[in-house]
Ligand binder design. Structure first.
Ligand code: NDP
Ligand code: 8X3
Length: 250
């Protein structure tokens, strides 16, 4: 039986790689994102009938609802919800950060994610489906400038575990995927278009790729139905942990 995954944020990075991976494994994919041209390009690249693009802003509740209501019948039976759409904005300490950036991260990474999850839960329960959420190593390991972004990802981690508990006995699986550095458009977005800063960050570091994370996402989804991966934390070998900082003479 062909299964269907709905991937938020399929226009680039991890979401686009996951869309290609699921289709290559015989799944149908509903891919979302604001950039309709990217969704159209993905639809043309993939075999006919395997990909349906739904262009909407996840922060706009009525567009989200309209898009989900308008899914064609052959893509409407969602088995897996991959909550991937998200962003970081800014790398400066809290005391220099923009509150508008903070609000947009909270709206995208938390409010939209819980709203779409709530909307699809009845169908996922009916189909004994699965929810895969994109958290981050930032949920666990603080770094300067991570502030609200890291907080949103800590929410995603804990929400995922809470869902596991609430969905006890339904057969619905829930996984929190928690990567470190993955080279995507993430840093271009975070720096508001500074491609050079993004290139500098990843240069020579052999970061994880969208395809690496798509492999892990697909693996969690393809395990037998009695197996649940609660959290999956991953980093490139080139990335690890640093110590605490100490201020003198305060
Ligand atoms: P990209 O910037 O490459 O992709 C982000 C995706 O999210 C895009 O498809 C974008 O679509 C979508 N998106 C963002 N805001 C909205 C919105 N308001 N409405 C609809 N879609 C939106 O980044 P990644 O692939 O790296 O990020 C994917 C997820 O992985 C994010 O949740 C991120 O926090 C997480 N992550 C990333 C890591 C990394 O190092 N790259 C590490 C750990 C976690 P569009 O712009 O077309 O709307
Ligand atoms: C993305 C990884 O380290 O930039 O979530 O926060 S990091």
């Amino acid at each position: 039986m062909t299964r269907t995954v709905l991937i938020t944020g399929a226009t680039s990075g991890i979401g686009a790689a996951a869309a290609r991976r699921f289709v290559s494994e015989g799944w149908k994919v509903v891919g979302t994102g604001r950039r309709k041209d990217r969704l159209d390009a993905l639809a043309s690249e993939l075999p006919e009938g395997t990909f349906y693009g739904a262009a909407f802003d996840v922060c706009d509740r009525s567009s989200t609802e309209a898009a989900l209501n308008a899914l064609p019948a052959e893509f409407a039976d969602i088995d897996v919800l991959l909550n991937n759409a998200g962003l970081a904005l800014g790398t400066v300490p809290a005391q220099q950060a923009s509150v508008e950036d903070w609000q947009l991260m909270i709206e995208t990474n938390i409010t939209a994610l819980v709203s779409i999850t709530h909307r699809l839960l009845p169908r996922l329960i009916e189909r004994k489906g699965m929810i895969i959420n994109l958290s981050s190593t930032a949920a666990t390991y603080p770094y300067t400038g991570g502030n609200v972004y890291a907080g949103t990802k800590a929410f995603v981690h804990q929400f995922s575990l809470g869902l596991r508990s609430d969905l006890h006995g339904t057969g619905v699986r829930v996984t929190s995927i928690e990567p470190g550095m993955v080279e995507t458009e993430f840093t271009v977005v975070r720096t508001k278009g500074n491609k050079a800063a993004s290139d500098d960050l990843y240069a020579g570091s052999h970061p994880l790729t969208g395809d690496d994370i798509a492999d892990m996402i697909y693996w969690t989804a393809s395990l037998p139905p009695h197996v649940n991966i609660n959290t999956l934390e991953t980093m490139p070998v080139s990335q690890s942990f640093a110590g605490f900082q100490v201020a003198r003479d305060l």
